[in-house]
Write a protein that binds this ligand. Structure first.
Ligand SMILES: N[C@@H](CCC(=O)N[C@@H](CS)C(=O)NCC(=O)O)C(=O)O
Length: 84
């Protein structure tokens, strides 16, 4: 199964919601808080093309933020994406 990494900042409601959703689905993840890490934040924007957090990766692939994760869960695609 691909590793799940979620990049977050403090005081971020969407980050909390995304983590709760992953937990509810029973998916283990690693969290990286980029609140004070400017170089990591720059890297994240380069990788994802997005300036918002959270940003979630399945393996090396950025899948988006909370909205995209919710859609994946709603469409029942979470396990297949993590296992391919
Ligand atoms: N559609 C995004 C929204 C994420 C979002 O708005 N995050 C806020 C923090 S909770 C943010 O990054 N705001 C800064 C900005 O919009 O530049 C998602 O579902 O993840």
């Amino acid at each position: 199964m691909k590793k799940v990494v979620i990049y977050t900042t403090t005081y971020c409601g969407y980050c909390t919601a995304a983590k709760k959703l992953l937990e509810k689905q029973g998916i283990a993840f690693t969290e990286t808080d980029v609140t004070t890490d400017d170089s990591k934040r720059t890297w994240l924007v380069e990788q994802t093309g997005q300036r918002t957090v959270p940003q979630i990766f399945f393996g090396d692939t950025p899948i988006g933020g909370f909205s995209e994760l919710s859609e994946i869960v709603s469409n029942n695609k979470l396990l297949s994406l993590l296992n391919t």
